[in-house]
Design a protein around this ligand. Structure first.
Ligand code: ADP
Ligand code: ASP
Ligand code: MG
Length: 410
């Protein structure tokens, strides 16, 4: 008998009819002789609705209470799915994150899972029940409710799979696997049969929301067999796997294109250039818990420096305020900013052994007259920042330039 963890995302449980369909799928897995633990998200749109309610009161809701609020979305779907399973004659039991003791740290709104006491789930499985667990939530050491960040139900599923040593963790969603890029932007994007953990981590961290990055980290660390599948269409999906298991590795130089729309850039110009200037500029930003992503510094002939960096769009206004204060203190010429930018990234482990990827990338963007504002590279990725109005055009041009719609030759 195998133990399967299945996670169904928001659109897959977005209506009662869909929840009933999910119940049928879960039952089919159970009837095939497996033990099943199901993790569900809130109904699609519900988490956003709840966040909106809090924001109607204040733009900076108390983080503890924010988590108490947004965790309710998943409590609705665990109960509804269990009701649908029980109606069909199957023993099922729903649990919130705290009921199954998903222990997290106390970083409200983006908590990390530390530990899961899987005894209760095991007992239910032994007694033949289907166990339904709320995604996205846990509790800290002092029993406060916490949430795991947007998309966090993926991480709940993988963490449960690791704790229970499940045979497979299946992430069911509204696409039938991981594609060479978001199929909503490039309709002829290609589904990948397999992708390495390393590449999936990179894609997730660079904006592909198909899996939350922490779920991929967890799966890689604990060796969880992780697969992305369509909730309501049959198919093999995409297996996230180790390098050795991927065939034709060397042929696929680029595996995928990720993009992130949540970007903003800030520039502080004409700063008298002394040792420690970067620290003085970026220190206060970091101290305010704002993450800085790309950084460019140019030193002018006049002994002054310009520094440009990117932050998450949500942090733009706050970062700008801090930067303006720093500019005054340092006697800088001006602060400018733009929150209509996006980051587009090419990812592929094959880049390690292939030259010329960057020039093909820049050439494809030049051909479409798309101005590159920033560039950053690492061993297996190249990212560029462009104006947001070019996002679709740029992603399509790159997808074509690297012929990602075609399977690499064996
Ligand atoms: P769920 O609610 O099931 O968690 P998400 O919206 O979080 O679903 O993730 C699925 C979505 O991820 C897809 O609808 C698709 O638009 C998007 N996506 C982004 N990049 C990719 C990619 N490379 N492959 C597949 N889907 C992607
Ligand atoms: N409901 C949460 C969200 O919308 C968690 C999830 O769906 O994974 O972010
Ligand atoms: Mg998701």
């Amino acid at each position: 008998m195998a133990l399967i963890i299945q996670k169904y995302g928001g659109t897959s449980v977005g209506t009662i009819e869909k929840i009933e369909n999910v119940a049928e799928k879960v039952i089919a897995t159970k009837r095939a002789g497996n033990d099943v633990v199901v993790v569900v998200s809130a109904m699609s749109g519900e988490t956003n609705r709840l966040i909106g309610l809090a924001k109607d009161i204040t733009s900076t809701p108390d983080p503890r209470e924010y988590d108490v609020l947004v965790a309710t979305g998943e409590q609705v779907t665990i109960a509804l799915l269990s009701i649908a399973l029980i109606k069909r004659g199957y023993a099922a039991r729903s649990y919130t994150g705290s009921q199954v003791r998903i222990r997290t740290d106390n970083a409200y709104t983006k908590a990390r899972i530390m530990d899961i006491d899987e005894q209760r789930v095991r007992q239910d499985l032994r007694e033949g029940r289907i166990v339904v667990v709320a995604g996205f939530q846990g509790m800290d050491e002092d029993d406060n409710i916490t949430t795991l960040g947007r998309g966090g139900s993926d991480t709940t599923a993988v963490a449960l799979a690791a704790a229970l040593k499940a045979d497979e963790c299946q992430i069911y969603t509204d696409v039938d696997g991981v594609y060479t890029t978001d199929p909503r932007v490039v309709p002829h994007a290609r589904r990948l049969d397999k992708i390495t953990f390393e590449e999936m981590l990179e894609l997730a961290s660079l904006g592909s929301k198909v899996l939350q990055i922490r779920s991929v980290e967890f799966a890689g660390k604990y060796g969880v067999r992780l697969r992305v599948l369509h909730s309501f269409q049959d198919g093999p999906g995409t297996l996230i796997t180790y390098d050795e298991e991927v065939e034709n590795m060397e042929e696929a130089v680029i595996s995928g294109i990720a993009f992130n729309r949540d970007e903003a850039e800030l520039t502080i110009a004409g700063v008298p250039d002394h040792p420690g200037v970067a620290y003085k500029i970026l220190g206060p930003i970091g101290e305010s818990n704002i993450e800085v992503d790309m950084i460019i510094q140019n030193i002018g002939a006049d002994g002054c420096t310009d520094l440009t960096f990117t932050v998450n769009r949500n942090d733009f206004a706050k970062a700008r305020k801090i930067l303006e204060k720093t500019a005054q203190e340092l006697g800088a010429r001006e602060v400018t900013g733009d929150d209509t930018i996006v980051k587009i990234s090419l990812v592929g482990v094959g880049m390690r052994s292939h030259a010329g990827i960057a020039s093909t990338m820049f050439g494809a963007l030049a051909k479409e007259n798309i101005n590159i504002r920033m560039i950053s590279t690492s061993e297996i990725k190249i990212s560029v920042v462009v104006g947001e109005k070019y996002l679709e055009l740029a992603v399509r041009a790159l997808h074509d330039a690297f012929k990602l719609d075609q399977k690499p030759a064996a």
